[in-house]
Ligand binder design. Structure first.
Ligand SMILES: [Zn+2]
Length: 183
């Protein structure tokens, strides 16, 4: 898909892309950031930008900037040109785009989840057990509020959308079923 070089991504989409980046560096987002990114990313396709943010977040701990995104998009375009067979169809791109748009509407925490689909295995493991922090039953997702056994407030691990205590409990349960102590 080619986008005219001067075409701007709508501000709402830019805000969502910034929110995506903020999941990694906890930046605060203001109108000035939205305008700066909109200008810097003129001519880019928002799906390409999203893919670039995901790729950068996996490979770098640096704060993601528009020049990094442009560089990543350039590399991705080159890689695609070298592998014409691997080029996603318009249909796949539209599906991907729709998926991200839907996620954006449901809220940023679900966007985090979208970004971490590769961790679904860990998430499934956590879901096997009840959550000691928020009381969510097995196979029920963690509620927002949770507390450690000591009573301290516990935040969900947004990478896999579960409280750390639950992940620990799931790992303990898996271990004990794999190495049963003889009676
Ligand atoms: Zn929980």
């Amino acid at each position: 898909m080619t986008v005219p070089a001067n075409e701007l991504i709508p501000r709402g989409d830019i805000a969502r892309l910034l929110a995506l980046a903020s999941a990694y560096d906890q930046r605060t987002i203001g109108l000035a950031d939205v305008m700066a990114w909109q200008e810097a990313l003129a001519g880019c396709d928002k799906v390409e930008v999203e893919a670039a943010i995901l790729a950068l977040s996996k490979n770098s701990t640096q704060r993601i900037t528009p020049p990094m995104i442009l560089d990543s998009i350039r590399k991705a375009r080159q890689a695609k040109a070298n592998r014409p067979g691997a080029r996603p169809t318009e249909q796949q791109r539209a599906a991907e785009c729709a998926r991200h748009t839907a996620a954006g509407k449901r809220g940023i925490e679900l966007v985090y989840q979208q970004m971490n689909w590769h961790r679904s295995e860990d998430r499934n493991t956590a879901l096997n057990v009840a959550c000691p922090a928020c009381g969510a039953a097995p196979n029920v997702r963690c509620r927002r509020k949770g507390r450690t056994p000591a009573g301290r407030e516990e935040h969900r691990d947004l990478r896999i959308h579960a409280h750390p205590s639950r992940i620990e409990a799931a790992h303990r349960a898996t271990k004990s079923s794999n190495h049963e102590v003889p009676a």
